[in-house]
Design a protein around this ligand. Structure first.
Ligand SMILES: N[C@@H](CCC(=O)N[C@@H](CS)C(=O)NCC(=O)O)C(=O)O
Length: 203
């Protein structure tokens, strides 16, 4: 099994953390989907990472499908609870954290366009998604130890990856100052080996 991933992708990081937590053997192949000649479209017609290529050649995407697959392959450290209601709560949390990343990525791409072609309206719309998303994450977390239920799950992984991606691409967003509950969670996650081994490069 091999994982096509870039070191800065928050979606790929989510999968890499899941692989580490579940102690699954998997080759990591660093691939940027943005460089000319990238092989990513050969595996994923959408041209996005992460992609998990199984030993029989089947390519799985996107990150949510991959993590769900990994969680069923190995019973070690279940990341998605089985009971339907808890499962949906975790998946919803993941959707929100990933959605914050989607908005953060959209801003990065928009600001790469020539200044006079950038849409202030689009930038503001994406910024609102991040702002509302963070507020929701924080209020749902409250003073509980973990995002969903009373154990560490995929919800925590997705949230930790989203917050770190904001640090990487949008350091001006002061989520630590505004949301102490998220800060507490992030500090706890940062102590895990899986998070330490996948910290995105700053350059
Ligand atoms: N929903 C997808 C999002 C994946 C995604 O957008 N990956 C970015 C890297 S952070 C990418 O590959 N972008 C290339 C492109 O959009 O062409 C997932 O969860 O895997």
């Amino acid at each position: 099994m091999k994982l096509l991933a870039s070191h800065t992708s928050p979606y790929a990081r989510k999968v890499r953390i899941a692989i580490a937590e579940k102690k699954i053997e998997c080759e990591l192949v660093e691939e940027s989907p943005w460089v000319p000649g990238t092989s990513v479209p050969n595996y994923n017609p959408l041209g996005k990472v992460p992609v998990l290529v199984l030993d029989d050649g089947t390519a799985l995407y996107d990150s949510r499908v991959i993590v769900e697959y990994l969680d069923t392959v190995s019973p070690v450290s279940r990341l998605i609870p089985e009971p339907s209601r808890q499962r949906i709560a975790v998946k919803r949390w993941e959707a929100l954290a990933d959605g914050i990343c989607d908005a953060a990525v959209a801003i990065v791409l928009e600001t790469k366009r020539p200044a006079k072609e950038q849409s202030a309206e689009s930038l503001a719309r994406q910024q609102q998604k991040i702002d509302r998303g963070l507020a929701d994450l924080a209020s749902e977390l409250g003073d509980r130890p973990w995002c969903s239920g009373d154990a560490y799950t995929l919800a925590d992984i997705a949230t930790g990856c989203a917050l770190a991606y904001l640090d990487l691409r949008h350091p001006a967003i002061d989520w630590r100052g505004e949301y102490p509950s998220l800060l507490k969670l992030a500090e706890k996650l940062a102590k895990r080996q899986s998070f330490q081994d996948t910290v995105p490069p700053t350059a």
